[in-house]
Design a protein around this ligand. Structure first.
Ligand code: EPU
Length: 788
């Protein structure tokens, strides 16, 4: 939950208990604080799953009310509240208004919501979330934490320190805080109520607290405020309504200007004149240490286990406040050392010696700069960032500032705007932020409008030593979680292939197919030894991960959504070896067929010249029983070594193997490791002549452009290329996929073709061949992967 993320559609109105001047068309109880904290009623919350609303629900339940709530979605929060006694409906039914004594509504709820309409008809009292909160708080000594950045952390820290100090505070903060247990809690034993104030819609001015802590004041929420002046006015009103002390950050120029002249003000910061001052500050990785000076008196040392200089400021504010409430410094320091971060505030999602994944809610340029600075100070090699702009209005208003906020990131992937409940503003997309960052001179920025692909973009950049940071107040953290989940597997795969092998996440298969088409492999793994390959097979079996082997990708069409699971690319090491023994050539599956032909030439072995014309590797040649110049792979093969589904190695000779035209079924469930080819002694001139003939045939009858070789198997009645030619389909195209004018059985990629283009063209050819010639063409090219 998070108050600032709520959208406002309801009219701004002063709280009903502020006096007769308050004009309201809504019926409200005259004494809302008494109604909510001293009596028991039936209260219905409209939009109960919303940010902020779940906290109110929790407080009302603890206060003894009979609480019901409705929302169009259920969440883990509504599930938790139901266990506490909330009656929840995933629908806004007008009848709810009839049975409730009071309706509380989220500012995300539109005026024509059926429950609100019905409540107005019934004349039932209706109040906004912030009004309910302010009223509940009035029955206690209120402490409001206000400011643009750091409210949730600081209000949680305050509640935690007061709780540890034995003051039994009630609290209401903008996120689930592990150290506090829940986002809101009513404690009848204590006098204080700590709340995060929401300045985003001016409702912070509803509070009449005893104390206020002002962290910073800056241009924000410009969808609601005209300018900084208007923002400062709301803060000024909150200060006027504060009965006791106003604690403020002297290092923040706007907060200092607004508060400096206050007689009831107590300042904190790094500046010499601050009443509470941090000195000897040491920022190390995730922790900070500093001493606190109170008007010339050294209070002692504080250790903070949340990173960044901004958190030293936040902690100082808490120290000032708690000290003035009479808690001993030693006690405060001890509690601060135990304080853990709120969810989504520099939350570590994955930590290994090679990678660190951190999520942060930062969505304002100032927060982003502070968080990136903290990320940089952790000491990993690079900082990669995924950023989701939050709200169209903020994206538009602060685009220039966003452009300058990412200097501390080595790479930034920007996705599209998370609108919250705002309607899109034409022309305002993540692209404008990416452009601003580029315009500012950053060289590692890209834009990925599809949110669900962001983790792939960042994951594919990963190198050992990287810190990945997700930034934004929307749902970008889900992308970091997706990356973290895959990284767990990737690291295990890396262990299996060892130092020599390679593992990459989301490797674009367009880089590994001759057609230059195809989405990413979830896990791209390059083992270098037969042993590592065998272990991979066993691991995938145990983990239920699909495993697909890919050689040089010459006969392959990978769909645009890529391949799920592990794509094994056996290359290098054992797999590229070629050894000659008499007229036999043993070649690993990663060696190119072409290289086998040339090894034969070097050793005076003929009969393999045709392999010169095949762009694939030995593994692919075996799998497809590839052929050219009237010959085919298994005419030369004498033995095949392979691993079975359990990773056990076997060797079989040619006569034990079942082989068909362009098909070797054994490799459907087994994995070739190497093969022995046999030729015959031949004079060098004869070998050279045959090699040249093959080259010549290829040069004159096949396109040089990017292709996957022949697309269709040759039907018995007529070679497929001839058939396509006769059907007049040469140069037929879909997008950038085109039937070659050189050879009808080749589809070429004119640059930027997609698998979808290719598949559509293939279907058109098949349909035409069937309709006009009654021939059912069958694809020779292997088609794999998920649709895009
Ligand atoms: N033809 C046409 N028009 C065309 C293409 C071919 O009339 O646009 C005629 C040719 O003139 C020839 C006949 O069709 O009379 C067969 O063509 P080609 O000799 O090019 O052989 P292919 O059967 O189309 C096969 C393999 C190729 C291999 C060549 C060269 C198949 C499906 N294809 O092609 O292998 O390179 O022989 O030996 O068996 C591959 O499998 O990916 C591949 C490229």
């Amino acid at each position: 939950m998070k108050p600032v993320s709520e959208e406002r559609s309801a009219p701004e109105q002063p709280p009903p208990w502020t006096g007769p001047a308050a004009k309201s068309e809504r019926a409200v109880p005259l004494d809302l604080p008494g109604f909510l904290t001293r009596e028991h009623h039936r209260v219905h919350l409209v939009g109960v799953a919303g940010s902020g609303m779940s906290g109110i629900a929790a407080l009302l339940i603890e206060l003894g009310h009979t609480v019901s709530g409705s929302d169009k979605v259920s969440t883990t929060e509504t599930d938790r509240l139901q266990r506490l006694g909330l009656r929840f409906r995933e629908q806004h039914r007008p009848e709810e208004a009839g049975t409730a004594d009071l309706i509380v509504f989220s500012s995300a709820i539109k005026n024509d919501n059926p429950i609100l309409v019905s409540a107005r008809n019934y004349g039932k009292p209706i109040v906004r979330r912030a009004e309910a909160l302010a009223a509940i708080m009035r029955s206690k000594r209120g402490i409001v934490i206000a400011g643009m950045h750091g409210k949730t952390t600081t209000s949680a820290m305050t509640a935690h320190v007061l709780r540890e100090g034995g003051l039994h505070p009630c609290h209401y903060v903008g996120a689930e805080i592990p150290v506090l247990g829940t986002n809101a809690h009513w404690d009848s034993r204590g006098q204080y109520f700590v709340a995060e104030g929401d300045e985003s819609d001016g409702t912070v001015a509803l509070f009449r607290p005893e104390h206020t802590l002002i962290l910073n004041i800056e241009e924000e929420h410009l969808d609601f405020y005209a300018d900084l002046d208007a923002i400062e006015k709301v803060f000024a009103q909150l200060i006027t309504q504060t009965a006791g002390t106003v604690f403020y950050n002297l290092d923040d120029k706007n907060a200092a200007r607004v508060c400096r002249s206050l007689a009831r003000g107590i300042s904190y910061g790094f500046a010499d004149e601050a009443d509470y001052r941090a000195v000897d500050i040491r920022l190390t990785g995730f922790a900070s240490t500093f001493r606190v000076d109170h008007r010339g008196q050294d209070l002692g040392e504080a250790v903070l286990n949340v990173p960044g200089q901004h958190n030293v400021h936040n902690a100082l504010g808490v120290i000032a406040l708690a000290s003035e409430l009479g808690i001993a410094f030693e006690k405060i320091a001890k509690s601060l050392a135990k304080f853990e971060h709120a969810r989504r505030r520099f939350e570590i999602k994955y930590d290994s010696p090679r990678f660190l994944l951190v999520d942060d809610y930062g969505h304002h340029p100032t927060e982003i700069r502070a968080t990136l600075k903290a990320a940089r100070s952790v000491g990993r090699k690079r900082v990669l960032t995924m950023f989701q702009p939050h709200r169209y209005s903020r994206t538009k208003a602060l685009r220039k500032e966003f452009g300058r906020a990412f200097d501390d990131a080595d790479r930034v992937v920007v996705t599209d705007v998370y609108g919250s409940s705002e309607a899109p503003i034409p022309g305002v997309t993540g692209q404008i932020i990416a452009d601003e960052i580029v315009g500012h001179g950053h060289r590692g920025v890209s834009y990925q409008p599809r949110l669900e692909w962001v983790h792939r973009a960042v994951g594919n950049m990963l190198e050992s030593g990287d810190l990945v940071l997700s930034l934004g107040a929307g749902n970008i953290h889900e992308q970091l979680s997706a990356l973290a989940a895959d990284l767990v597997i990737a690291e295990k795969l890396k262990e299996l292939v060892g130092e020599g092998g390679d593992v990459r996440l989301y490797e674009p298969l367009s880089k590994h197919t001759t057609l230059r088409v195809g989405g990413p492999a979830q896990f791209w793994v390059e083992p270098r030894t037969e042993k590592a390959f065998a272990e991979l097979i066993r691991f995938c079996g145990d983990e239920n991960l699909p495993l697909f082997v890919m050689g040089r990708g010459s006969n392959l069409l990978v769909r645009d959504g890529g391949v799920r699971g592990v794509v094994v690319h056996p290359c290098g090491g054992d797999f590229d070896k070629i050894e000659i023994d008499g007229v036999e050539i043993t070649a690993g599956v990663g060696a190119k067929l072409k290289e086998v032909a040339y090894a034969g030439k070097a050793a005076g072995i003929g009969g393999m010249e045709w392999m010169e014309g095949i762009p694939g590797a030995v593994g692919g040649g075996l799998r497809m029983n590839a052929g050219a110049m009237g010959a085919q792979t298994f005419e030369n093969v004498v033995r095949v070594r392979y691993l079975d589904a359990n990773g056990e190695a076997h060797t079989k000779s040619r006569d034990e193997l079942e082989v068909h035209y362009r098909d070797f079924p054994l490799l459907e469930k087994n994995f070739a490791v190497s093969a022995v080819f046999r030729g015959q002694p031949a004079p060098l001139e004869e070998i050279v002549r045959k090699l040249e003939a093959s080259q010549e045939k290829r040069r004159t009858s096949q396109p040089a452009a990017k292709s996957a070789g022949c697309i269709f198997k040759n039907p018995d009645s007529c070679p497929a290329g001839k058939l396509v030619d006769e059907l007049g389909l040469k140069n037929a195209h879909v997008g950038k996929a085109r039937v070659s004018e050189v050879h009808g059985n080749f589809i070429v990629n004119d640059g930027g073709a997609t698998a979808a283009d290719m598949l559509e063209l293939i279907e058109k050819i098949k349909a035409t061949a069937l309709a006009k010639r009654g021939i059912e063409l069958e694809t020779e090219v292997q088609i794999v992967g998920e649709p895009g």
